[in-house]
Design a protein around this ligand. Structure first.
Ligand code: PXG
Length: 292
């Protein structure tokens, strides 16, 4: 495997970052997770735009222009000869000293791009649907660390993941500070009620997921009304269908929440329709690359 580190494609064993890197010491940095399907990088522009927005928000300069970032991502996929890939772009503040002060990193950001494969859950879970549980750790406040920033500091989500796993579940439902449904640890949430889609609005403790936006577009195309609306747990419990969306997890039906069956307890019809359409779109849309 070849890993991109600051402009060079290195063997995996040589791809190393300093222990003084503030990404390591403090989680001071941002990242993106991107997928390529059949030599097409899905929503590459959207992912690059979000990376630059996250960086801008934490006052981290990206050392490359967006066009060069796109080239670097594609070069990394090609170097690994991957037709299908999961790409992780990680940009950190870089090497500093043992204090928080980011100025000590002197603008020497660390940019790493990894192109690999990932499958978060077994196929069977996608077919049968997932059971999830509400976890005690609430989503970060927008005015603390805004969930819109895809920062390297994922402890909020990791704590929630640990709680879900400790309760015997694979995924945890996170609420915002007001007790409204926010999202899961690495996925946005949708419910279906009376033929309409509902997902929590941005900045109710949710990341504006690119898969989430894709699903809203798909719904429009399929003439299924899609609403951004605050959701209580009660509304989740009485929904007809539910599913999660994320680049890594893709689309995942949810069939039970906190011991309450959702709808029939099986992946719903609208969920399946949207999953099929998502599959179609990923096969034909994206930035194409060649493999030698
Ligand atoms: N919410 C959060 C908190 C996320 O981290 C999503 C929603 C979905 O966004 P996209 O744009 O991908 O549709 C994410 C992204 C993992 C993992 O291992 C998940 C993400 C990122 C990195 C790792 O589950 N999810």
């Amino acid at each position: 495997m070849k890993v991109y580190v600051n402009g060079k494609l290195l063997d995996k064993r040589d791809a190393k970052v300093s222990v003084f890197d503030h990404g390591y010491l403090y989680g001071d940095g941002v990242f993106e997770g991107i997928r390529a399907y059949n030599k097409l990088v899905f929503k590459l522009k959207e992912h690059i735009d979000r990376l630059y927005e996250s960086a801008h928000s934490i006052m981290l300069d990206v050392p490359l222009a967006k066009s060069k970032m796109q080239e670097a991502i594609i070069k990394t996929i090609q170097a690994n000869k991957l037709k299908d890939a999961y790409i992780r772009v990680v940009l950190s503040r870089g090497e500093g000293d043992l204090g928080l002060d980011p100025r000590k990193c002197k603008g020497r950001q660390t940019l790493v791009i990894i192109a690999d494969k990932i499958s978060l859950y077994p196929k069977e879970v996608y077919q049968k649907g997932m059971k999830i549980v509400t976890v005690p750790t609430m989503r970060n406040l927008c005015e603390a660390v805004n969930p819109q920033i895809k920062s390297l500091n994922y402890l909020n989500n990791i704590l929630a993941k640990i709680e879900a796993i400790n309760s015997g579940y694979q995924e945890g439902l996170m609420l915002d500070h007001l007790g409204y449904v926010a999202e899961c640890t690495g996925e946005n949430i949708f419910v279906v009620k009376n033929g309409q889609l509902y997902t929590p609005p941005q900045c109710m403790g949710t990341l504006r997921g690119i898969t989430r936006d894709t699903v809203i577009d798909i719904a429009k195309k399929l003439k299924i009304p899609a609403n951004e609306h605050v959701l209580t747990r009660h509304e989740f419990y009485i929904s007809d269908e539910s599913f999660l969306t994320g680049t890594a997890a893709e689309l995942m039906p949810v069939v039970e929440v906190d011991g309450r069956k959702i709808g029939t307890g099986k992946p719903g019809k609208i969920t399946q329709k949207i999953m099929e359409e998502f599959k179609k779109i990923t096969k034909k849309e994206g930035v194409r690359y060649e493999l030698g």
